[in-house]
Design a protein around this ligand. Structure first.
Ligand SMILES: Cc1cc2nc3c(=O)[nH]c(=O)nc-3n(C[C@H](O)[C@H](O)[C@H](O)COP(=O)(O)OP(=O)(O)OC[C@H]3O[C@@H](n4cnc5c(N)ncnc54)[C@H](O)[C@@H]3O)c2cc1C
Length: 435
């Protein structure tokens, strides 16, 4: 039986633990590099993943390795000032707030008790099915690298299977795909799927005689991309339709079965593959800690991003219920980055004997792509679309992607796709245990 290990990070210096090496965790760590404290980042994965490009992994555009960077490599690249940072690959199970211990399961099932003086919780979010029957069993989701590779394998395998199906009805069913959720993830995924099928896969499978992709996007609300200006929402719908995506708004999915997605109004969209991108909720570990949570699983935070109950505990990223202009901030990367930095500064202020300051979100805007060469962007009061928006989307995503090598490979893959409509990553990998 593995024995608990009590690990003292340091006898003398204040100890900060960051749970989660996502956007919030990594940007907090950067802020704390070189400070007079010892910082331990804990994540169940050994890599930081750039989630906004997951849909490109799922649609054969980029390799999963190229949108992730090992946490230890990120720390090393921060240079000598990051000597106070360390990493532990472990699953956080619980926190003993009274003893100030993070309880985690390390590699080989080792139990770890990791002491802290300040704790930053940034474990992100998980897919929210809203209890819709059949989603867990029959739908694909897109929330981490493993799921993205699993979806890519499944799309490619569907075409390989269809190529040898004698029955026309079965073949049609196997080649139809439904995406549920008209937010940025659903819009980007549906557009990229349609392009993959109309381009590389139509050329790879000439005998299938595909005339157009069979991709349906279902959105329960009255339009795509809630939160974007009306003109951009309408443009996104038109653009998706021009790619061959069947866009249905006001379509509330009631259940998912192996046959497809069935709607509340009695409608049915028959497809062998349903991908659920309709919602996210706070990572469940936070609710298990006994902290006050909102109905969507986010932990309630003070304006300073400290926990309502425990001032030595800070929250950042998707797990944190913070507000901007009287409304909860969306679970997006810019709030996560800004909250991570702010929480770290709050910890530094406490270390210096000062009170943390309230968090103020700087709204940089929002963007989403609709296939290649087209995107929608809102920047403050300005909004634009088409190729200029896509070029800006490209630049922003390359800037935030961690690692020079990753940027180089992703850019190379995008160039091949841009000029030759070719998707480079069409291997059905057998190493993914989920596939
Ligand atoms: C498919 C997809 C597309 C998206 N597209 C966009 C976009 O275009 N623009 C945008 O702004 N945002 C986008 N987002 C949202 C954005 O990625 C998130 O808001 C952001 O990643 C949140 O950052 P975070 O640090 O809170 O969490 P994450 O980045 O999710 O990181 C959380 C980390 O915590 C770790 N973790 C969780 N629980 C535990 C545990 N118990 N023990 C140990 N480690 C744990 C996880 O392994 C993970 O590494 C997208 C998200 C997805 C899934």
């Amino acid at each position: 039986m593995p024995q608990p290990i009590s690990q003292s990070i340091s006898q003398h210096r204040p100890r900060v633990i960051i749970v989660g090496a996502g956007f919030a965790g990594i940007f907090a760590a950067r802020e704390l590099a070189g400070a007079v404290c010892d910082v331990l980042i804990i994540d169940r994965s050994n890599a930081h993943a750039f989630l906004p490009l997951l849909y490109q992994v799922a649609t054969s555009a980029v390799e999963s390795e190229h949108i992730a960077a090992p946490v230890r490599g990120i720390i090393r690249n921060m240079g000598a000032r990051a000597a106070n940072l360390d990493f532990c690959m472990a699953e956080v199970r619980s926190v003993d707030f009274d003893q100030r211990l993070v309880l985690a399961e390390g590699q080989d099932g080792v139990s770890l008790e990791l002491p802290y003086d300040y704790l930053l919780l940034a474990p992100g979010s998980v897919t929210n099915t809203f209890g819709t029957p059949g989603v867990d069993e029959h739908a694909y989701s897109l929330k981490n690298l493993e799921e993205a590779v699993r979806l890519r394998n499944h799309i490619l395998r569907s075409f390989e299977a269809a190529a040898w199906m004698a029955d026309e009805g079965q073949r049609q069913h196997r080649l139809c795909f439904v995406v549920v959720g008209g937010g940025p993830t659903g819009v980007e995924l549906a557009g990229a799927m349609a392009e993959l099928m109309a381009g590389a896969l139509t050329r790879d499978f000439p005998k299938l005689g595909l005339s157009r992709p069979c991709v349906t996007l279902l959105e329960a609300g009255d339009g795509l991309l809630p939160g974007f200006p009306e003109s951009l929402r309408a443009y996104a719908k038109r653009k998706l339709e021009s790619l061959g995506v069947d866009v249905r708004v006001g379509a509330v999915v009631e259940r998912v079965t192996p046959e497809g997605a069935f709607l509340k109004d009695g409608g049915a969209h028959r497809a062998a593959t349903v991908v659920w991108t309709a919602g996210v909720k706070g990572e469940p570990v936070a609710a298990r800690l006994g902290l006050a949570v909102a109905p969507n699983g986010q932990v309630l935070a003070r304006p300073t991003l400290q926990s309502a109950e425990r001032p030595e505990v800070f929250l950042a990223g998707d797990i944190c219920r913070a507000e901007y202009a009287g409304r909860p901030l969306p679970m997006f990367a810019p709030p996560a980055i800004q909250e991570g930095r702010h929480a770290a500064r709050g910890i530094l202020r406490l270390l210096g004997g000062r009170e943390p300051q309230p968090f103020r979100y700087f709204d940089k805007g929002m963007m989403a792509t609709i296939g290649k060469k087209a995107a929608v962007v809102r920047l403050g009061r300005f909004s634009f679309q088409g190729l200029p928006a896509w070029l800006l989307w490209l630049a922003v995503h390359l800037t935030y992607l961690i690692g020079f090598r990753n940027r180089l490979f992703v850019l190379a893959n995008w160039a091949v796709d841009y000029f030759w409509s070719e998707r480079c990553v069409r291997l059905i990998s057998r190493r993914n245990p989920l596939a």
